[in-house]
Design a protein around this ligand. Structure first.
Ligand SMILES: CCCCCCCCCCC/C=C/C(=O)SCCNC(=O)CCNC(=O)[C@H](O)C(C)(C)COP(=O)(O)OP(=O)(O)OC[C@H]1O[C@@H](n2cnc3c(N)ncnc32)[C@H](O)[C@@H]1OP(=O)(O)O
Length: 358
């Protein structure tokens, strides 16, 4: 099968997520194939004998002779997929040595029939930018059609996600705040709709604290596995906001109205154990074993007959879907109005001037 540009880009992202160093020999092979695939045959002058690293790279690249770019691309994808298949579960993305984040703010990988979407903005506690909302929708769209059985959301670094990036509210378009609020409401509704309509089991691996919209949408997930370091916080009132992600419906249903009110109206932060007791979290794991235990379990789940899994999920979900869409529409309209409020504007300003922390 020929590797497309998309396969190649996905392989490049996957390499950045490898936890283990594959060794110099593999790295040289990957380097040479990458250069051949993107630039064609090596026509650089040979580095001097003492320039050991660059000479090794030059040798590896030159050894590919006139191999066509497409073949190099294909060989690169094949090599990455063979090495990934033999490796450990997908590891959280690691920041590059110079502090730059590998793989962009959102990293999507697919292996062992699991598509993993990783928030990868650890320096900002994985706050979700407008671009990330769009990329999550694209990733869900692709995951709904790929050969994966499960789709996982997780975070890289110490946080799962600190919710909506509060600077999303600061670029005001020519149409003024009203236009911004209207556009945001439409986009938010579309974003949440993706979760409501997603056809495969959705799993959250909550590796650390979760805030705002990253918590509310958990009510639309099938499984929520959490580290014992995770906390669950929806500080909407202090921000002059109101709940979204269908949480105004899913949370009271799941935990009862008064526990939901404590979280969604009064902003009470839950520990992972409390969230588990309230039904928001499926199971809590010690932070040190979360990754190993969860990925082993998820891999076992992918071995179940996929059509049976999908059918069971569909019969469990179909009855509530229409209701969820109506709730989503209502929540987004309430938020459109909240975004135009003085309470919300001052909360965002307070955060921007760093006087406010949760
Ligand atoms: C397609 C759809 C597009 C539509 C867009 C519409 C948006 C829809 C939104 C729906 C409604 C809103 C839902 C929410 O999610 S509300 C919750 C918002 N989140 C917060 O209020 C959290 C704010 N952050 C904090 O309080 C603290 O940062 C936190 C407790 C999370 C961590 O504190 P800590 O002291 O450990 O770390 P720092 O504060 O120093 O943070 C490190 C850097 O990260 C930046 N940061 C963290 N969180 C956010 C955030 N949510 N938005 C922007 N930036 C964030 C923080 O500023 C630090 O940056 P610097 O190092 O540069 O100072």
């Amino acid at each position: 099968m020929r590797a497309s540009q998309k396969d190649f880009e996905s392989a490049l992202r996957q390499v950045k997520l490898w936890k283990k160093d594959p060794g110099n020999e593999v790295k040289l092979k990957l380097y040479a194939l990458y250069k051949q695939a993107t630039e064609g045959p090596c026509n650089l002058p040979k580095p001097g004998m003492m320039d050991l690293v660059n000479k090794a790279k030059w040798d590896a690249w030159s050894a590919l002779g006139s191999l066509p770019k497409e073949t190099a691309r294909e060989n690169y994808v094949d090599l990455v997929s063979s090495l990934s298949a033999a490796s450990e579960p997908p590891s959280p993305a690691k920041p590059a040595a110079d502090g730059e984040q590998a793989g962009g703010d959102l990293v999507v990988t697919s292996e062992n029939h699991i598509t993993t979407i990783t928030f990868n903005r650890p320096a900002k506690k994985n706050a979700i930018t407008t671009q990330m909302y769009r990329d999550i929708m694209l990733a869900l769209q692709a995951a709904s059609k790929d050969d994966s059985v499960l789709t996982v959301l997780t975070g890289n670094g110490d946080y799962y996600c600190s919710g909506n990036d509060l600077t999303n509210f600061t670029d005001i378009p020519p149409g003024g705040p009203e236009e911004k609020a209207r556009t945001n409401a439409v986009l938010l509704r579309e974003f949440v709709d993706y979760f409501i309509d997603f056809p495969k089991p959705l799993v959250a691996v909550v590796n650390g604290p979760a805030v705002g919209i990253s918590v509310t949408i958990l009510g639309l997930f099938d499984l929520v596995y959490a580290s014992d370091r995770a906390t669950f916080h929806t500080p909407f009132s202090p921000l002059g906001l109101s709940p979204e992600g269908c949480s105004s419906y899913t949370f009271p249903k799941m935990m009862g109205p008064s526990k939901a009110a404590e979280m969604l109206i009064f902003g009470r932060k839950l520990t992972a154990q409390e969230a588990c007791a309230q039904g928001l979290v499926t199971e809590v794991f010690p932070d040190s074993t979360l990754q190993k235990e969860v990925w082993t379990r998820l891999r076992a789940y992918t071995k179940l007959p996929p059509n049976a899994v999908r059918t069971s999920r569909e019969v469990m979900r179909s009855k509530g879907r229409e209701r969820l869409h109506a709730v989503n529409a209502e929540e987004c309209e309430a938020l459109r109005q909240r975004w135009l409020s003085e309470e919300c504007a001052s909360a965002v300003l307070r955060f921007m001037s760093r006087k406010a922390k949760l």
